[in-house]
Design a protein around this ligand. Structure first.
Ligand code: FMN
Length: 319
């Protein structure tokens, strides 16, 4: 059983301290642990090759940036049995390094929905390594108020969808800004320790149910980021995609999350949400894009040929 942890924070910084505390706890439970510092990696942003033609899906070495460390990171993930990721909050959200990691390592090529439901064979490079893994998420913010970190953990969930990483605990640290300051934060360190134990227990037992402290407004991701549809009582969890309704009960806000296909079919924390999404994309490509290809190419010229406003960055100027 191997637990791999990725930190997008500064080398030796606060994310790293909390992640290593979680790893120490997991190691004490008897799992093997690995720690990867994302800022040490050579990692380019995804170039977004034309949709549906990501060359990495068939062969990751065919990615235009295939010579950087993304394939190594992908292999580290595929060879693991558990996952922890941490990122510092930059303007409420994870830093850009975390997003480069997400898009290069996960994304459509790592989408296990069709494979694990038997609708499509696994790509050769995955070599039977597509499986549900338990995981933990750690966000670290420097602001003294939690709302300055509001989009950090929710965005860390976006690294878990395609590969079916099943989050059993999350930690949203705030008020820890300065160099190595995490080292004196005993309460947060205790929570990080518990998160490490929770991920290890889930790995060792195969029981990937939620083990975190926070119940949350959503019964799946256990977060409190709920979208309300104006003029209705309808609500959506923007992380999972499940539908529900909002009400006032004993003077307090409460939610109903019906357990039926209509309300749950988009749940991307489950395999069915990924399959729903994959089928809708196939439908758009087959029934809207392909029949209109000539028209699209013709109409797109209007914007493609409007070039007088385009600016060239210095790095692309001919010397
Ligand atoms: C560009 C930038 C933006 C930041 N924005 C936020 C923010 O919106 N909310 C917050 O709580 N902390 C913010 N911080 C503080 C960091 O999240 C905090 O210092 C964190 O402990 C850094 O983690 P590290 O030591 O692992 O890199 C920001 C820091 C930087 C450099």
């Amino acid at each position: 059983m191997k637990l791999v942890a990725f930190s997008a924070g500064k080398p030796k910084g606060n994310c790293e301290i909390f992640v290593k505390e979680a790893l120490m706890a997991a190691e004490a439970k008897g799992v093997e642990v690995e720690f990867i510092r994302l800022p040490d990696c050579d990692l380019h942003n995804c170039r977004s090759c034309v949709q549906g033609q990501c060359p990495a899906s068939k062969d990751p070495t065919k990615c235009p940036y295939g010579k950087d460390d993304a394939i190594w990171l992908m292999e580290k993930f595929l060879d693991s049995d558990g996952y922890i990721v941490a990122a510092p909050a930059y303007s409420l959200s994870p830093n850009s390094l975390l997003f480069a990691f997400r898009d290069r390592v996960f994304g459509p090529k790592m989408d296990v929905g069709m494979v694990l439901t038997g609708k499509r064979p696994a790509p050769e490079w995955a070599k039977g390594r597509f499986k549900a893994r338990p995981g933990g998420l750690i966000g670290v913010g420097g602001a003294g108020t939690e709302h300055w970190t509001s989009l950090n953990v929710p965005n860390l969930f976006t690294t878990t969808f395609s590969a079916q990483t099943e989050i059993v605990d999350t930690l949203n640290v705030y008020g820890v800004a300065d160099k190595f300051a995490a080292a004196i934060e005993d309460e947060w360190l205790a929570k990080a320790h518990k998160l490490g134990e929770n991920v290890a227990d889930a790995m060792l037992t195969g029981d990937h149910r939620w083990r975190g402290e926070q119940e949350g407004s959503c019964p799946f991701c256990h977060q409190n980021l709920i979208q309300v549809v104006p003029g209705t009582t309808d609500v959506i969890c923007p992380i999972c995609g499940i539908l529900g309704t909002i009400k006032i009960e004993d003077g307090k806000v409460a939610f109903d999350w019906p357990d039926d296909e209509e309300h749950r079919k988009d749940n991307r924390l489950e395999l069915r949400g990924k399959v729903t999404h994959m089928l809708e994309i196939v439908d758009i490509v087959e029934n809207k894009y392909k029949p209109n290809l000539d028209l699209i190419m013709e109409k797109a010229k209007k914007w493609h040929e409007y070039t007088a406003c385009e600016q060239t960055p210095p790095s692309k100027m001919k010397k």
